[in-house]
Ligand binder design. Structure first.
Ligand SMILES: [Mg+2]
Length: 246
């Protein structure tokens, strides 16, 4: 005989798939635009679109600020956020760190901002109605680092990985706009670079390096510093400052 109420039974099914980020670990988030190669083809200039960057940069800023992230890094169609564990009594991550809730909410917020901001960039080529009806949206991964004792190093490594990806993609996109697919086939990044005698200085720096936002611990929430280039060392130094409560 079933003693549980129907609600209890179904909650049990749900809880079998509920995983959470522990409160003493960071939540690391990557939001990634879906079908953005088609979106770019339809609405933005190639190989680099300042308008697309503006929308992504502003979207990242809103998400960073609204959700009180500690670091944001935006490059191409993706945004990487980190929420550090706080040294406060009874601290919990948002939604108790529940991965499903964090991922679905962050993907929804990012999608909303991205589509609303399409309107604000003032682009002739951008037909707002068809832009919004394209239905641009983001998927979201939420995970944490492997070892909390080594959290600063691991977070810095994560950003280094995305930063390198940004630079590699920028070089590839630039090369693809100049050379045939056949010529570039099977070439490594250093080999591609050899084909480009001088990097075109008209390429916006954000396209090459992406853009970081750091929450400023010294000031009230909402203040932040915005930078284009951060190395592994400076990211780690920032994290050490935050974790030591400096
Ligand atoms: Mg993508």
């Amino acid at each position: 005989m079933i003693k549980d109420s129907l609600g209890d039974i179904i909650k049990k099914w749900e809880s079998s798939y509920t995983y959470s980020i522990p409160n003493d670990y960071p939540a690391i988030v990557r939001l990634d635009g879906r079908r953005f190669s088609l979106l770019t083809k339809l609405f933005f200039d190639k190989p680099f679109s300042e308008k697309m960057q503006k929308i992504m940069s502003r979207t990242a800023y809103y998400i960073f600020k609204e959700t009180h992230a500690d670091i944001s890094y935006v490059q191409s169609d993706e945004i990487s956020l980190v929420y550090l564990p706080k040294n406060k009594e009874r601290f919990t991550h948002s939604f108790g760190g529940k991965i499903q809730k964090l991922a679905s909410t962050l993907a929804a917020q990012t999608t909303l901002h991205f589509n609303l901001l399409g309107d604000s960039v003032g682009v002739d080529k951008l037909d707002i109605q068809s832009f919004t009806s394209f239905g641009a949206h983001f998927d979201c991964r939420v995970f944490t680092c492997d070892n909390k004792e080594n959290m600063n190093h691991e977070i810095a490594m994560y950003y280094l990985w995305r930063h390198k990806d940004c630079i590699r993609n920028a070089i590839n996109q630039y090369a693809q706009s100049k050379f045939s697919h056949k010529k570039l086939q099977k070439l490594s990044i250093p080999q591609v670079l050899e084909l480009i005698p001088e990097f075109d200085i008209s390429i916006p720096l954000q396209s090459i390096y992406g853009e970081f936002l750091f929450r400023d611990k010294e000031k009230l929430s909402g203040y932040y510093s915005k930078v284009l280039i951060k190395s592994y060392d400076t990211i780690k130094e920032y994290l050490e400052g935050v974790n030591n409560g400096k």
